[in-house]
Design a protein around this ligand. Structure first.
Ligand SMILES: Cc1cc2nc3c(=O)[nH]c(=O)nc-3n(C[C@H](O)[C@H](O)[C@H](O)COP(=O)(O)O)c2cc1C
Length: 193
C-alpha cells in the first residue's frame, strides 16, 4: 500500500503541509509506505495545450518537475492533495499541477470528448487550509476541485478543511483537524486490507 501526498502551498512548514503529513502519519502507522512532494518547489510549468499527452502512456511530454510525478501517482494506491485557499480557491501552484493531470485522460480512438480514465478508482483525500474560520465559505470551490478530480478518475474518499489557519502553525492548536487527518490516513490503509 502506497500513499503519496502533494502540497500546493508555498509555505513548506505551513498548515497544509502539517495536515497532509498527519494524514500520511496515520497511513504509515497503519502499514503504508508514504511520500510527500511540495509542488511549489518542483518548478512545474503550466499545461501548454499541445495535446501530446493524449497517448495511452498518460504522461506529459514536458521535461520539468512534473515528469517524475506521473509514475508516483500511477504506483500509488491513494493520494492526498492539499492546498491553502488563495482568493477563495486552490492556489495557482495546485491549479497548474491539476491542469497537468490532463495527461491522465486520453482520447478514445482519437475522438475528442470520448475520454477513458487511466487511473479509475484511485483514492484521493483533499486537504484545504484557510484563514477564515468558517469552512463552509468556500465549500463550492472545494466541490468544484473534487469534481475535477472525480472527472480525472479519482475516487474522493474524504475532505479535511481547516479554518482559522491565519498563522504558520495555527493547526497545531486544532486537535480536531489533526485527529481527523490522522484517522483519514489510517482508514485508507484499513479499507485496503
Ligand atoms: C494570496 C493569499 C490569498 C488568500 N486568500 C484567502 C481566502 O480567500 N480565504 C481565506 O480564508 N484565506 C485566504 N488566505 C489565507 C490562507 O488560506 C491561510 O493562511 C492558509 O492557512 C495558508 O496555508 P499554509 O499555512 O499551508 O500556507 C490567503 C492567503 C494568501 C497569501
Amino acid at each position: 500500500m502506497k500513499v503519496v501526498g502533494f502540497v500546493g502551498s508555498p509555505r513548506k512548514k505551513g498548515n497544509t503541509t502539517t495536515i497532509v503529513n498527519e494524514v500520511l502519519r496515520g497511513a504509515t502507522e497503519a502499514g503504508a509506505e508514504t511520500k510527500i512532494f511540495n509542488i511549489n518547489e518542483l518548478g512545474i510549468r503550466g499545461c501548454q495545450a499541445c495535446y501530446k499527452c493524449q497517448t495511452p502512456e498518460g504522461k506529459c511530454v514536458q521535461t520539468d518537475g512534473m515528469a517524475p510525478l506521473y509514475d508516483e501517482i500511477f504506483s500509488a494506491d491513494a493520494v492526498v492533495i492539499g492546498t491553502p485557499v488563495f482568493m477563495f480557491q486552490v492556489t495557482g501552484q495546485t491549479k497548474i499541477f491539476i491542469d497537468r493531470l490532463f495527461a491522465l485522460l486520453y482520447l478514445k480512438d482519437g475522438k475528442p470528448g470520448a475520454f477513458r480514465n487511466k487511473i479509475k478508482g484511485k483514492k484521493v483525500i483533499t486537504v484545504y487550509s484557510q484563514g477564515q474560520p468558517d469552512t463552509s465559505l468556500f465549500a463550492s470551490s472545494f466541490d468544484l476541485n473534487e469534481g475535477v478530480l472525480s472527472f480525472l478518475g479519482f475516487k474522493v474518499e474524504g475532505r479535511i478543511a481547516a479554518g482559522g489557519m491565519a498563522s504558520l502553525d495555527s493547526v497545531h492548536g486544532d486537535q480536531a483537524v489533526m485527529n481527523k487527518a490522522y484517522a483519514a490516513g489510517a482508514e485508507l490503509v484499513q479499507q485496503k486490507q
